[in-house]
Design a protein around this ligand. Structure first.
Ligand code: 6R9
Length: 649
């Protein structure tokens, strides 16, 4: 970054108020209540968080101190003992929740299974006994590499029951990535499956594990769930079948009381740069963040059918498929496969079939749905939906409006939730019964969150001006360190402005105090001295009827500093032409201003993405600059995309 500020050029000014009907039933339904709680949370954090921790969590032993803060190391709720799995399961037993569905599962081939809280508890107890019988002890690490099936949640919660630290590895990662993660945390056990279903094909998970383990000496056993029934090699003495172990396991298990700061899990972040970082979350603070946001942001009620489409391999899957909703006693829908299997309306079919009321997904998915066409929605009613959410990247106003009209039928509030693997839980978001929403803005801070936007010199910028996004107060679900690398933790997050948490994003507040996240700082361009958010250029492109998806990157330019290069995929019925290229460049200039007119525009069949769906702009930058693609590309979804982009040059 140079000393200029991020020029924000969005012209979005539409505002959508929560309906009186939604407000009246909301878990938090008044601006006055939000203001009062927010003020307390930042002015008297110890009192505020102490009360929330008592209200939202069940303790074995009460904590004696709310926060010990020695920048950048936080200890929350010290002296207290609890267990995350007990909070997600046992405390719902003996109540009206006992026999309600905890998980409704739909596999990609169409198999449906429901587990009540009582049944899920039983499975978790059995698997905790299995883990103990395999010699796993409190503090040791287990890796989970599974499809999106209920057993993945069972494995996570069984680890939590014992204080075994889990590290979930997304099922789309390669054996190379598995090996790195296992070796980084010295996992003693791997829990996997023969395979999972994806677009009608079997993803052979066990095979990838086998390849990884040839150089992962810490692993003693591999537990294998039978899901797809394909043949797998079982190594004598090392590999064990899930169903055989479970058949022999007792169904009674008492959860271990653990100190508040006991490590709950390590999650390696999708590396847009460098080697993956092992983000460490601990028990009480993380669980409080996940539970409380589920209650306030998703407005979860006893009767809701709640569906977060994230894979458990990502933080969103941890906090909003497993820990948050189960701790809050919700019914979670879990779907194994692709959104377009067998047809592009699979999600809408699922929503109608199960009566989903709350739906939480990512902008990249929304843009795919837009691309596939509105006719797929027309076949379904979607009448059960009452609340929509978005996460993962800035949502283009165009996609927001489509989501609002086509999915929410103008009836459902949209919560655009800004947060990160590192923050553990949602940090900036509208509250659905309170906050008027603006398409593309994640609105206002959640309780206890104090975002600040600072310039190069660490000075706060004026409203309307862009800068770097920092969080200035410790919060319970914050990462505690990077596994095995506390110095990287300090350097990465706490050194940009000493003592403040640097989120890595560029953002601005508008005149109403709404936050607009522009994107990662390294995704912010400087063209002829103007800072332009790649997200804004992309929004402009996507607002053109011919465009399906767009990515904007900078290319070094002698005259301008950086030139703006855009990669565009077209909607199905469109053909690429030079004329359309010119039209699109003019369109961006019209939408944003001449400063943002793309210097070059390239049509592509597909864009390179991480497996969590984030466009890998770093790769596009290298392609735009005409060089070879260097650095870590192990998180890339489809390697062919890069090859075809390079050959087109
Ligand atoms: C939860 C998650 C974190 C990064 C974050 C930011 C981007 C996430 C966003 C958003 C704008 C939102 N991001 N949510 N940007 N608006 N609502 O995605 O975690 O995978 O660690 O990514 O994603 O750039 O810094 P993670």
């Amino acid at each position: 970054m140079t000393d200029q500020t991020i020029t924000s050029v969005s012209r979005e000014s539409r505002v959508f108020k929560p309906s009186a009907e939604f407000k009246a039933q909301a878990n938090l339904g008044s601006e006055a209540a939000y203001k009062r709680l927010y003020a307390e949370s930042v002015n008297s954090p110890a009192r505020f968080w102490g009360r929330q921790a008592k209200d939202f969590l069940t303790w074995r032993k009460p904590f004696s101190q709310t926060l010990q803060w020695k920048t950048p190391h936080a200890k929350w709720f010290t002296g207290g003992m609890l267990n995350a799995a007990e909070n997600c399961l046992d405390r719902h037993l003996g109540t009206a929740r006992e026999n309600k569905a905890a998980i409704i599962f739909e596999g990609e081939p169409g198999d449906i299974r429901t587990l009540t809280y009582k049944q899920l508890h039983r499975e978790v107890c059995k698997f905790a006994n299995v883990l103990e019988s395999l010699g796993l002890r409190k503090g040791e690490r287990a890796a989970i590499y599974m499809p999106m099936v209920p057993e993945a949640a069972v494995a996570m919660l069984a680890c939590a029951r014992l204080g075994v630290v889990h590290t979930v590895i997304f099922g789309g990662f390669s054996s190379e990535a598995i090996k790195d993660r296992i070796n980084d945390c010295n996992a003693k056990l791997v829990i996997t499956a023969d395979g999972g279903w994806r677009r009608g094909k079997i993803v052979e998970l066990k095979e990838s594990v086998d390849r990884a383990l040839s150089s992962s000496p810490s692993v003693e056993h591999v537990v294998v769930l039978k899901r797809t029934g394909n043949t797998v090699a079982m190594q004598e003495g090392r590999d064990l079948w899930w169903h055989e172990l479970m058949a022999a396991a007792p169904a009674v298990h008492k959860a271990k009381p653990l100190p508040s700061e006991h490590p709950l899990f390590i999650l390696y972040t999708s590396g847009s740069t460098g080697k993956p970082k092992g983000v460490l979350h601990t028990t009480a603070g993380y669980l409080l963040g996940a539970t409380m946001t589920t209650h306030y942001v998703f407005d979860v009620k006893e009767t809701d059918i709640y569906w977060c489409t994230a894979d458990i391999g990502w933080i969103t899957g941890h906090s909003y498929v497993v820990y948050g909703p189960l701790s809050a006693g919700a019914t979670v829908l879990m779907y194994e496969g692709a959104p377009n299997q067998p047809a592009p309306d699979r999600f809408w079919e699922i929503i109608d079939r199960h009566g989903v009321t709350i739906f939480y997904t990512a902008p990249t998915a929304i843009r795919s749905f837009m691309r596939w066409g509105d006719e797929y929605l027309a076949k379904h009613s979607l009448a059960s939906l009452r609340l929509l959410g978005s996460v993962g990247e800035p949502i283009n106003p165009e996609a927001w409006m489509w989501y609002h009209k086509m999915v929410g039928k103008k009836r459902c509030p949209i919560v655009d939730t800004w947060w990160q693997t590192e923050t553990g839980a949602i940090m900036v978001t509208p509250l659905p019964g309170v906050t008027p929403t603006k398409p593309g803005s994640c609105a206002r801070p959640f309780f206890g969150v104090v975002p600040k936007i600072l310039d190069e010199n660490g000075k706060e910028v004026r409203r309307g001006e862009g800068g770097k996004l920092f969080l200035t107060q410790p919060w319970p679900s914050m990462l505690r360190t990077l596994w095995g690398d506390d110095s990287r933790f300090k350097k990465q997050y706490w050194s940009e402005v000493p003592g403040l948490y640097f989120a890595g994003d560029g953002a601005r507040f508008d005149k109403d105090g709404y936050l607009w996240v522009v994107g990662r700082i390294d995704d912010v361009l400087n063209v002829s001295g103007h800072r332009i958010g790649t997200a804004e250029v992309e929004s402009a492109l996507v607002s053109h009827p011919a465009v399906a998806e767009a990515a904007a990157v900078g290319r070094p330019d002698e005259l301008k500093g950086q030139a703006l290069v855009c990669f565009v995929t077209l909607k199905g019925n469109q053909t690429a032409s030079d004329e359309l290229k010119d039209q699109l460049r003019a369109h961006v200039a019209k939408e944003i201003g001449a400063i943002a007119r793309p210097d070059a525009l390239r049509f592509a069949a597909a864009l390179p993405k991480t497996r969590s769906g984030k466009i890998m702009r770093r790769i596009l930058k290298e392609i735009a600059a005409g060089g070879d693609v260097k650095g870590d590309i192990t998180t890339l979804e489809d390697f062919n995309v890069v090859a075809s982009l390079q050959s087109e040059e």
